[in-house]
Write a protein that binds this ligand. Structure first.
Ligand SMILES: [Zn+2]
Length: 340
């Protein structure tokens, strides 16, 4: 009636119905678009810190993206050749956490030059023993929330000694680290591209340390769906983060960068989760967390971080609402005991 009065043109019932139908369709479409984005707060459960990171920029970017908390892992590795991106350390991560209470949760960092060389994992030298003793002292303060990121198998994206890495996960070093994690009840985050022999060795480590929560970064080492499913089924103490697994931008594990192997896989294309991955996420709703994984200061920009965060919001919307909430926040809080 209102419409008819305003236009002055009487409408027949059928065309009025058509208008009503179109309005309903538009409304449904709008609701559909809104439902495709997860809008709740998110915890960035895989993130790094170096001395070149600007803290004001970091907190601004977290706020812009409704990221409530960030698990922060200092990167001790020096900058890639030709970059002025300075390394960080655990003291820096603690200072950041103190400045912004409740926002940053430091882990005892393991991206450390001392750990380059498989022999050091098999026969820890004095430098590695010192690192372990210091890790123990740091965990005893109660100011750290985990250990990581331990670099087991890593594909090079720059030159230098710490770029391409393959270390034995079933080794005295990892056993020592696992004992610390058990004693202080904190998770161990590790980066291990899912090479089959290493996955088998990891299964032994998981089995022998049932009290330790291991977080296998980057969608369980970018493994293919059957491997992820089998590992999660067999090992209740295994968790995974989706650090950098969004298929956006010019770098990042989610685009297959810096390279793929026959045992690696992606999780999504054009913002749509692959069905076999989504099935795993719904089968194990309490085992995954998200993470933006900005490792170098030049990448900590609103554009780069925001692109990853926004894509996670699109991916989370493809999960059941309770699964999305768990991936976005709940699992990180529980696995890292952030509310302790
Ligand atoms: Zn990593």
């Amino acid at each position: 009636m209102q419409f008819r009065k305003q236009t002055g043109y009487p409408m027949r019932t059928c065309s009025r119905n058509l208008v009503v139908a179109i309005v309903i369709l538009i409304t449904v479409a709008r609701v559909g678009v809104a439902a495709e984005i997860y809008t709740g707060p998110m915890i960035d459960a895989h993130s790094h810190l170096g001395a070149s990171f600007d803290w004001d920029t970091m907190i601004h970017i977290l706020d812009l993206n409704n990221v409530s908390r960030q698990l922060t892992m200092a990167r001790y590795y020096p900058a890639p050749a030709g970059s002025a991106d300075r390394p960080g350390n655990d003291e820096l991560a603690l200072a950041l956490a103190s400045k912004y209470p409740g926002r940053f949760f430091p882990l005892v960092a393991m991206q450390r030059p001392e750990l380059t060389g498989a022999n050091k994992w098999l026969n820890p030298d004095a430098a590695v023993m010192k690192l372990l003793n210091e890790a123990e002292a740091k965990l005893a303060t109660g100011r750290f929330w985990g250990i990581g990121e331990v670099i087991v198998k890593h594909f090079a994206y720059s030159s230098g000694p710490h770029a391409e890495r393959e270390n034995p996960i079933y080794s005295p070093f990892m056993q020592r680290l696992s004992q610390l994690a058990a004693r202080f009840d904190v998770p161990v985050v590790l980066h291990m591209e899912g090479a089959p022999r290493l996955v088998a060795d990891f299964a032994r480590l998981l089995q022998e340390n049932p009290r330790v929560r291991y977080v296998w970064a980057h969608n369980c080492g970018r493994s293919k769906a059957p491997v992820i499913r089998a590992m999660l089924e067999n090992h209740p103490n295994l968790y995974c983060d989706l650090g950098c697994m969004t298929n956006v931008g010019k770098t990042g594990y989610g685009i297959g960068w810096p390279r793929m192997e026959e045992y690696t896989a992606l999780i999504e294309k054009d913002g749509v989760l692959f069905p076999e991955m989504r099935d795993i996420y719904e089968a194990f709703p309490d085992r995954f967390m998200i993470g933006m994984d900005v490792n170098h200061a030049p990448g900590m920009t609103p554009e780069n971080y925001g692109q990853r965060a926004q894509r996670f919001r699109e991916l989370l919307a493809q999960l059941k609402p309770q699964t999305a909430v768990a991936f976005a926040e709940g699992n990180a809080i529980r696995i890292f005991k952030l509310d302790r």
